[in-house]
Design a protein. Structure first.
Length: 422
Protein backbone atom coordinates (compact mmCIF):
# COMPACT_ATOMS: atom_id res chain seq x y z
CA UNK A 1 0.00 0.00 0.00
CA UNK A 2 1.31 3.44 -0.98
CA UNK A 3 -0.10 6.38 0.96
CA UNK A 4 0.13 9.38 -1.38
CA UNK A 5 -0.46 12.70 0.37
CA UNK A 6 -0.17 15.53 -2.10
CA UNK A 7 -1.48 19.07 -2.39
CA UNK A 8 -3.41 20.55 -5.29
CA UNK A 9 -1.24 23.66 -4.96
CA UNK A 10 1.10 23.87 -7.97
CA UNK A 11 4.61 22.50 -7.46
CA UNK A 12 7.22 24.73 -9.11
CA UNK A 13 10.84 23.76 -9.74
CA UNK A 14 13.44 25.98 -11.36
CA UNK A 15 16.08 24.18 -13.45
CA UNK A 16 19.21 25.92 -14.68
CA UNK A 17 20.67 25.58 -18.18
CA UNK A 18 17.44 24.57 -19.95
CA UNK A 19 15.32 26.46 -22.48
CA UNK A 20 12.00 24.70 -21.90
CA UNK A 21 9.15 24.95 -19.41
CA UNK A 22 7.23 21.77 -18.77
CA UNK A 23 3.75 21.53 -17.29
CA UNK A 24 2.49 18.16 -16.08
CA UNK A 25 -1.11 17.80 -14.86
CA UNK A 26 -2.36 14.66 -13.10
CA UNK A 27 -6.03 13.85 -12.59
CA UNK A 28 -6.56 11.07 -9.99
CA UNK A 29 -9.21 8.43 -10.73
CA UNK A 30 -10.30 5.56 -8.49
CA UNK A 31 -10.55 2.28 -10.39
CA UNK A 32 -11.33 -1.39 -9.95
CA UNK A 33 -8.61 -4.03 -10.50
CA UNK A 34 -10.40 -5.09 -13.71
CA UNK A 35 -10.98 -1.59 -15.01
CA UNK A 36 -13.68 -1.92 -17.67
CA UNK A 37 -13.68 1.81 -18.41
CA UNK A 38 -10.11 1.69 -19.67
CA UNK A 39 -11.31 1.88 -23.29
CA UNK A 40 -13.39 4.99 -22.59
CA UNK A 41 -10.22 6.48 -21.12
CA UNK A 42 -8.10 5.53 -24.12
CA UNK A 43 -10.66 6.88 -26.60
CA UNK A 44 -11.00 10.12 -24.66
CA UNK A 45 -7.22 10.56 -24.66
CA UNK A 46 -6.98 9.83 -28.38
CA UNK A 47 -9.69 12.35 -29.26
CA UNK A 48 -8.49 15.11 -26.95
CA UNK A 49 -4.89 14.63 -28.03
CA UNK A 50 -5.83 15.51 -31.60
CA UNK A 51 -8.78 17.92 -31.48
CA UNK A 52 -10.77 20.48 -29.51
CA UNK A 53 -14.00 22.39 -30.03
CA UNK A 54 -12.22 25.31 -31.61
CA UNK A 55 -9.64 23.23 -33.50
CA UNK A 56 -11.56 20.13 -34.56
CA UNK A 57 -9.55 19.11 -37.62
CA UNK A 58 -6.16 17.46 -37.20
CA UNK A 59 -4.34 19.84 -39.56
CA UNK A 60 -5.86 22.92 -37.86
CA UNK A 61 -5.06 21.41 -34.46
CA UNK A 62 -1.41 20.83 -35.37
CA UNK A 63 -1.09 24.32 -36.86
CA UNK A 64 -2.29 26.01 -33.67
CA UNK A 65 0.23 23.98 -31.64
CA UNK A 66 2.97 25.13 -34.02
CA UNK A 67 1.76 28.73 -33.97
CA UNK A 68 1.93 28.78 -30.16
CA UNK A 69 5.33 27.06 -30.20
CA UNK A 70 4.07 24.07 -28.25
CA UNK A 71 6.93 21.58 -28.10
CA UNK A 72 4.91 18.73 -26.57
CA UNK A 73 1.25 18.04 -25.89
CA UNK A 74 0.30 14.53 -24.85
CA UNK A 75 -2.50 12.95 -22.83
CA UNK A 76 -1.91 9.53 -21.29
CA UNK A 77 -2.22 7.70 -18.01
CA UNK A 78 -0.45 5.48 -15.51
CA UNK A 79 -2.07 3.32 -12.91
CA UNK A 80 -1.82 1.42 -9.69
CA UNK A 81 -4.19 -1.48 -8.94
CA UNK A 82 -6.96 0.73 -7.54
CA UNK A 83 -5.97 4.21 -8.73
CA UNK A 84 -4.87 5.78 -11.96
CA UNK A 85 -3.73 9.23 -12.97
CA UNK A 86 -4.75 10.77 -16.26
CA UNK A 87 -1.60 12.64 -17.31
CA UNK A 88 -1.20 15.75 -19.43
CA UNK A 89 2.30 16.69 -20.61
CA UNK A 90 2.81 20.14 -22.06
CA UNK A 91 6.13 21.77 -23.01
CA UNK A 92 6.78 25.31 -24.21
CA UNK A 93 9.86 27.56 -24.69
CA UNK A 94 11.15 29.70 -21.85
CA UNK A 95 10.14 33.33 -21.85
CA UNK A 96 12.40 35.67 -23.78
CA UNK A 97 13.95 32.95 -25.93
CA UNK A 98 11.71 33.58 -28.94
CA UNK A 99 10.40 37.08 -29.68
CA UNK A 100 6.79 36.27 -30.57
CA UNK A 101 6.22 33.68 -27.82
CA UNK A 102 3.53 34.62 -25.28
CA UNK A 103 3.34 32.42 -22.19
CA UNK A 104 -0.13 33.73 -21.36
CA UNK A 105 -1.37 32.54 -24.73
CA UNK A 106 0.37 29.19 -24.20
CA UNK A 107 -1.45 28.55 -20.89
CA UNK A 108 -4.69 29.83 -22.38
CA UNK A 109 -4.33 27.32 -25.22
CA UNK A 110 -3.70 24.43 -22.81
CA UNK A 111 -6.87 25.34 -20.92
CA UNK A 112 -8.78 25.53 -24.20
CA UNK A 113 -7.62 22.06 -25.25
CA UNK A 114 -8.50 20.46 -21.92
CA UNK A 115 -11.70 22.23 -20.95
CA UNK A 116 -13.32 22.97 -24.27
CA UNK A 117 -13.18 19.66 -26.16
CA UNK A 118 -15.09 19.00 -29.36
CA UNK A 119 -18.39 18.41 -27.57
CA UNK A 120 -21.99 19.44 -28.12
CA UNK A 121 -25.19 18.25 -26.43
CA UNK A 122 -23.06 16.34 -23.90
CA UNK A 123 -21.37 14.09 -26.46
CA UNK A 124 -18.12 14.12 -28.39
CA UNK A 125 -18.15 15.05 -32.05
CA UNK A 126 -19.30 11.90 -33.86
CA UNK A 127 -16.84 12.25 -36.75
CA UNK A 128 -13.71 12.40 -34.59
CA UNK A 129 -15.10 9.89 -32.12
CA UNK A 130 -15.92 7.29 -34.77
CA UNK A 131 -12.56 7.81 -36.45
CA UNK A 132 -10.70 7.05 -33.19
CA UNK A 133 -13.02 4.17 -32.33
CA UNK A 134 -12.65 2.53 -35.75
CA UNK A 135 -8.86 2.75 -35.56
CA UNK A 136 -8.88 1.14 -32.11
CA UNK A 137 -11.23 -1.66 -33.18
CA UNK A 138 -9.25 -2.38 -36.35
CA UNK A 139 -6.00 -2.59 -34.36
CA UNK A 140 -7.56 -4.91 -31.80
CA UNK A 141 -9.09 -7.20 -34.43
CA UNK A 142 -5.82 -7.39 -36.36
CA UNK A 143 -3.62 -7.71 -33.29
CA UNK A 144 -3.35 -11.48 -33.46
CA UNK A 145 -1.78 -12.12 -36.85
CA UNK A 146 0.91 -14.66 -36.01
CA UNK A 147 1.50 -17.56 -33.66
CA UNK A 148 3.59 -15.48 -31.25
CA UNK A 149 0.79 -12.95 -30.66
CA UNK A 150 -1.75 -15.76 -30.51
CA UNK A 151 0.26 -17.57 -27.86
CA UNK A 152 0.18 -14.55 -25.53
CA UNK A 153 -3.62 -14.39 -25.69
CA UNK A 154 -4.00 -18.15 -25.32
CA UNK A 155 -1.63 -18.17 -22.35
CA UNK A 156 -3.65 -15.53 -20.52
CA UNK A 157 -6.86 -17.46 -21.26
CA UNK A 158 -5.25 -20.66 -20.02
CA UNK A 159 -4.13 -18.98 -16.82
CA UNK A 160 -7.24 -16.85 -16.25
CA UNK A 161 -10.19 -18.59 -17.98
CA UNK A 162 -12.81 -16.82 -15.86
CA UNK A 163 -11.36 -13.35 -16.51
CA UNK A 164 -10.77 -12.59 -12.84
CA UNK A 165 -7.62 -10.62 -13.58
CA UNK A 166 -7.39 -9.90 -17.30
CA UNK A 167 -9.70 -8.37 -19.87
CA UNK A 168 -9.37 -10.83 -22.72
CA UNK A 169 -9.53 -10.00 -26.41
CA UNK A 170 -13.19 -10.77 -27.13
CA UNK A 171 -14.36 -8.89 -24.05
CA UNK A 172 -12.10 -5.95 -24.88
CA UNK A 173 -13.56 -5.69 -28.39
CA UNK A 174 -17.10 -5.72 -26.96
CA UNK A 175 -16.21 -2.99 -24.48
CA UNK A 176 -14.90 -0.77 -27.29
CA UNK A 177 -17.97 -1.51 -29.41
CA UNK A 178 -20.14 -0.38 -26.48
CA UNK A 179 -18.45 3.01 -26.21
CA UNK A 180 -20.50 5.96 -27.47
CA UNK A 181 -19.86 9.69 -27.84
CA UNK A 182 -22.20 10.13 -24.87
CA UNK A 183 -20.62 7.70 -22.38
CA UNK A 184 -17.08 8.80 -23.22
CA UNK A 185 -18.14 12.40 -22.58
CA UNK A 186 -19.58 11.29 -19.21
CA UNK A 187 -16.18 9.81 -18.44
CA UNK A 188 -14.48 13.09 -19.40
CA UNK A 189 -16.91 15.18 -17.36
CA UNK A 190 -16.34 13.13 -14.22
CA UNK A 191 -12.61 12.58 -14.48
CA UNK A 192 -11.27 15.78 -16.04
CA UNK A 193 -13.85 18.57 -16.18
CA UNK A 194 -15.13 18.15 -12.61
CA UNK A 195 -12.03 16.58 -11.08
CA UNK A 196 -9.20 17.90 -8.95
CA UNK A 197 -5.74 17.88 -10.49
CA UNK A 198 -2.12 17.93 -9.36
CA UNK A 199 0.18 20.31 -11.21
CA UNK A 200 3.92 20.47 -11.72
CA UNK A 201 5.62 23.41 -13.47
CA UNK A 202 9.34 23.00 -13.97
CA UNK A 203 12.20 24.06 -16.16
CA UNK A 204 13.40 27.48 -17.32
CA UNK A 205 11.52 29.64 -14.82
CA UNK A 206 12.83 33.18 -14.53
CA UNK A 207 10.10 34.60 -12.31
CA UNK A 208 8.22 32.06 -10.17
CA UNK A 209 5.58 34.54 -8.99
CA UNK A 210 4.81 35.62 -12.53
CA UNK A 211 4.50 32.12 -13.90
CA UNK A 212 2.25 31.07 -11.01
CA UNK A 213 0.05 34.10 -11.54
CA UNK A 214 -0.26 33.30 -15.25
CA UNK A 215 -0.90 29.60 -14.62
CA UNK A 216 -3.52 30.30 -11.95
CA UNK A 217 -5.28 32.71 -14.29
CA UNK A 218 -6.42 29.65 -16.23
CA UNK A 219 -5.99 26.73 -13.81
CA UNK A 220 -6.98 28.14 -10.43
CA UNK A 221 -8.56 25.56 -8.14
CA UNK A 222 -9.35 25.27 -4.47
CA UNK A 223 -6.26 24.15 -2.62
CA UNK A 224 -6.64 20.91 -0.69
CA UNK A 225 -4.62 17.89 0.38
CA UNK A 226 -5.35 14.71 -1.54
CA UNK A 227 -4.90 11.51 0.45
CA UNK A 228 -4.70 8.59 -1.96
CA UNK A 229 -4.22 5.03 -0.79
CA UNK A 230 -2.83 3.18 -3.78
CA UNK A 231 -2.35 -0.56 -3.96
CA UNK A 232 0.70 -1.44 -6.03
CA UNK A 233 0.27 -5.22 -6.07
CA UNK A 234 -2.58 -7.61 -6.73
CA UNK A 235 -0.74 -10.88 -6.41
CA UNK A 236 -2.32 -13.99 -7.87
CA UNK A 237 -1.97 -17.00 -5.55
CA UNK A 238 0.17 -19.81 -6.91
CA UNK A 239 -1.89 -22.53 -8.58
CA UNK A 240 -0.79 -26.09 -9.26
CA UNK A 241 1.04 -26.83 -12.49
CA UNK A 242 -1.05 -27.34 -15.62
CA UNK A 243 -0.06 -27.95 -19.20
CA UNK A 244 -1.96 -27.70 -22.46
CA UNK A 245 -1.44 -28.33 -26.18
CA UNK A 246 -3.02 -26.47 -29.09
CA UNK A 247 -2.59 -27.20 -32.78
CA UNK A 248 -2.30 -24.20 -35.12
CA UNK A 249 -2.02 -23.45 -38.83
CA UNK A 250 1.30 -21.61 -38.43
CA UNK A 251 4.61 -23.12 -39.50
CA UNK A 252 6.46 -22.43 -36.25
CA UNK A 253 5.57 -23.63 -32.78
CA UNK A 254 5.62 -21.82 -29.45
CA UNK A 255 6.31 -22.75 -25.85
CA UNK A 256 4.63 -20.25 -23.55
CA UNK A 257 5.18 -20.51 -19.80
CA UNK A 258 4.10 -18.69 -16.65
CA UNK A 259 6.15 -18.84 -13.46
CA UNK A 260 4.84 -17.86 -10.03
CA UNK A 261 6.19 -17.61 -6.50
CA UNK A 262 4.48 -19.58 -3.78
CA UNK A 263 3.37 -17.47 -0.80
CA UNK A 264 4.54 -14.29 -2.52
CA UNK A 265 4.82 -11.14 -0.42
CA UNK A 266 5.62 -7.49 -1.19
CA UNK A 267 9.11 -8.01 0.25
CA UNK A 268 9.79 -10.40 -2.67
CA UNK A 269 9.36 -7.63 -5.24
CA UNK A 270 12.99 -6.49 -5.57
CA UNK A 271 14.26 -10.08 -5.74
CA UNK A 272 11.66 -10.92 -8.39
CA UNK A 273 12.63 -7.84 -10.38
CA UNK A 274 16.28 -8.88 -10.15
CA UNK A 275 15.42 -12.40 -11.31
CA UNK A 276 13.59 -10.97 -14.31
CA UNK A 277 16.58 -8.75 -15.12
CA UNK A 278 18.90 -11.76 -14.90
CA UNK A 279 16.72 -13.73 -17.30
CA UNK A 280 15.99 -11.01 -19.84
CA UNK A 281 17.87 -7.71 -19.58
CA UNK A 282 20.73 -7.17 -22.00
CA UNK A 283 23.55 -7.40 -19.46
CA UNK A 284 22.64 -11.04 -18.66
CA UNK A 285 19.76 -12.25 -20.89
CA UNK A 286 20.18 -15.80 -19.61
CA UNK A 287 17.20 -17.27 -21.48
CA UNK A 288 18.09 -15.74 -24.84
CA UNK A 289 21.77 -16.55 -24.40
CA UNK A 290 21.00 -20.20 -23.73
CA UNK A 291 18.27 -20.87 -26.26
CA UNK A 292 19.46 -18.67 -29.10
CA UNK A 293 23.15 -17.93 -28.77
CA UNK A 294 24.40 -21.19 -27.28
CA UNK A 295 22.07 -23.84 -28.71
CA UNK A 296 20.48 -22.05 -31.71
CA UNK A 297 17.09 -23.55 -30.86
CA UNK A 298 14.70 -20.59 -31.14
CA UNK A 299 13.79 -18.06 -33.79
CA UNK A 300 13.05 -15.57 -31.05
CA UNK A 301 12.17 -15.57 -27.38
CA UNK A 302 11.01 -13.14 -24.74
CA UNK A 303 10.69 -12.84 -20.98
CA UNK A 304 8.08 -10.49 -19.50
CA UNK A 305 7.41 -9.50 -15.92
CA UNK A 306 4.02 -8.51 -14.55
CA UNK A 307 5.02 -7.05 -11.18
CA UNK A 308 1.39 -6.27 -10.22
CA UNK A 309 0.37 -9.93 -10.35
CA UNK A 310 3.81 -11.39 -9.58
CA UNK A 311 4.13 -13.35 -12.85
CA UNK A 312 7.05 -14.03 -15.17
CA UNK A 313 6.17 -15.07 -18.73
CA UNK A 314 8.59 -16.92 -21.01
CA UNK A 315 7.85 -17.36 -24.72
CA UNK A 316 9.96 -19.24 -27.25
CA UNK A 317 9.26 -19.45 -30.98
CA UNK A 318 10.79 -22.70 -32.18
CA UNK A 319 10.62 -25.91 -34.17
CA UNK A 320 8.19 -28.41 -32.65
CA UNK A 321 10.80 -31.19 -32.55
CA UNK A 322 12.84 -29.24 -29.98
CA UNK A 323 10.05 -29.01 -27.43
CA UNK A 324 11.44 -31.31 -24.73
CA UNK A 325 14.97 -29.94 -24.98
CA UNK A 326 13.80 -26.32 -24.74
CA UNK A 327 11.64 -27.05 -21.69
CA UNK A 328 14.64 -28.69 -20.05
CA UNK A 329 17.02 -25.84 -20.89
CA UNK A 330 14.66 -23.13 -19.61
CA UNK A 331 14.39 -24.90 -16.28
CA UNK A 332 18.14 -25.48 -16.05
CA UNK A 333 18.86 -21.85 -16.93
CA UNK A 334 16.54 -20.44 -14.28
CA UNK A 335 17.78 -22.70 -11.51
CA UNK A 336 21.43 -22.21 -12.47
CA UNK A 337 21.06 -19.09 -10.29
CA UNK A 338 21.12 -21.40 -7.28
CA UNK A 339 24.84 -21.62 -7.98
CA UNK A 340 26.45 -18.79 -6.01
CA UNK A 341 29.06 -18.11 -8.66
CA UNK A 342 26.40 -17.68 -11.35
CA UNK A 343 24.33 -15.44 -9.08
CA UNK A 344 27.29 -13.20 -8.24
CA UNK A 345 28.28 -12.85 -11.88
CA UNK A 346 24.73 -11.86 -12.87
CA UNK A 347 24.40 -9.45 -9.96
CA UNK A 348 27.68 -7.72 -10.85
CA UNK A 349 26.64 -7.48 -14.49
CA UNK A 350 23.30 -5.96 -13.49
CA UNK A 351 24.89 -3.42 -11.13
CA UNK A 352 27.38 -2.38 -13.80
CA UNK A 353 24.61 -1.87 -16.35
CA UNK A 354 22.44 0.07 -13.88
CA UNK A 355 25.38 2.35 -13.04
CA UNK A 356 25.71 3.19 -16.75
CA UNK A 357 21.96 3.87 -16.96
CA UNK A 358 22.20 6.13 -13.92
CA UNK A 359 25.05 8.13 -15.47
CA UNK A 360 23.01 8.49 -18.65
CA UNK A 361 19.94 9.67 -16.71
CA UNK A 362 21.97 12.14 -14.69
CA UNK A 363 23.09 13.81 -17.93
CA UNK A 364 19.46 14.92 -18.37
CA UNK A 365 19.02 18.35 -16.74
CA UNK A 366 15.46 17.39 -15.79
CA UNK A 367 16.55 14.21 -13.98
CA UNK A 368 16.57 15.45 -10.39
CA UNK A 369 13.17 17.11 -10.67
CA UNK A 370 11.61 14.09 -12.36
CA UNK A 371 12.89 11.93 -9.49
CA UNK A 372 11.30 14.34 -6.99
CA UNK A 373 7.99 14.18 -8.84
CA UNK A 374 8.09 10.39 -9.00
CA UNK A 375 8.70 10.23 -5.26
CA UNK A 376 5.82 12.61 -4.54
CA UNK A 377 3.36 10.46 -6.46
CA UNK A 378 5.18 7.26 -5.52
CA UNK A 379 4.89 5.96 -9.05
CA UNK A 380 8.22 4.29 -9.62
CA UNK A 381 11.54 3.91 -7.92
CA UNK A 382 14.45 5.69 -9.53
CA UNK A 383 17.55 3.84 -10.70
CA UNK A 384 19.61 5.00 -7.73
CA UNK A 385 17.07 3.48 -5.34
CA UNK A 386 16.99 0.22 -7.31
CA UNK A 387 20.80 -0.01 -7.22
CA UNK A 388 20.74 0.31 -3.43
CA UNK A 389 18.11 -2.42 -3.16
CA UNK A 390 19.92 -4.76 -5.55
CA UNK A 391 23.07 -4.50 -3.43
CA UNK A 392 21.07 -5.75 -0.44
CA UNK A 393 19.90 -8.93 -2.16
CA UNK A 394 22.45 -11.65 -1.44
CA UNK A 395 22.73 -15.18 -2.72
CA UNK A 396 20.76 -16.63 0.21
CA UNK A 397 17.81 -14.34 -0.48
CA UNK A 398 17.72 -15.21 -4.18
CA UNK A 399 18.14 -18.90 -3.42
CA UNK A 400 15.23 -18.79 -0.98
CA UNK A 401 13.00 -17.15 -3.62
CA UNK A 402 13.97 -19.79 -6.17
CA UNK A 403 12.77 -22.54 -3.82
CA UNK A 404 9.31 -20.96 -4.20
CA UNK A 405 9.62 -19.98 -7.87
CA UNK A 406 7.68 -22.59 -9.85
CA UNK A 407 6.27 -23.25 -13.27
CA UNK A 408 2.52 -22.74 -13.12
CA UNK A 409 1.36 -22.96 -16.76
CA UNK A 410 3.06 -24.58 -19.72
CA UNK A 411 1.33 -24.07 -23.06
CA UNK A 412 2.61 -25.71 -26.23
CA UNK A 413 1.19 -24.43 -29.51
CA UNK A 414 2.20 -26.81 -32.26
CA UNK A 415 2.48 -25.40 -35.76
CA UNK A 416 2.23 -27.15 -39.10
CA UNK A 417 -1.48 -27.97 -39.08
CA UNK A 418 -3.66 -26.67 -41.90
CA UNK A 419 -6.97 -25.05 -41.01
CA UNK A 420 -9.10 -27.86 -42.42
CA UNK A 421 -7.42 -30.30 -40.02
CA UNK A 422 -7.88 -28.20 -36.88
Amino acid sequence: MKNIKISTKPYVYKIDNVNVIRVNLLYPVQVEPRYLDTYKLRLMNNIMGKSSKKYNEIDIFNKVLDKNLVIRYKIGYFRFVNELFITVQYAIPKEGLIDDFDIDEAFKLLHELLYNPDVSSKKFNSKNFNWSKDIMLNQMKQEINNIYDLSEEETRLFFDPESKYYIHKDEAIKLVEQTTPENVYEYYEKNIKNNKFISFIFGAINDEDKILKTFNKYFKQEECLLNIKAEEFNYIPYTDYQEKEIKTKYNQSVISQIYQVERIKEKDEITMRMLFDFLYSKENALIFSTLRNKYHLVYECSVKYNHVHGLIFINALMDKNDRELINKLIEETIYSLRDEEVFNRCKNNLLRSLSYDLLDDEDDDFHDVLVKISKLIKWQDDIEYYIKQVKKVDFEKMNELLTRFKLSRNLFMEGGHYEENL
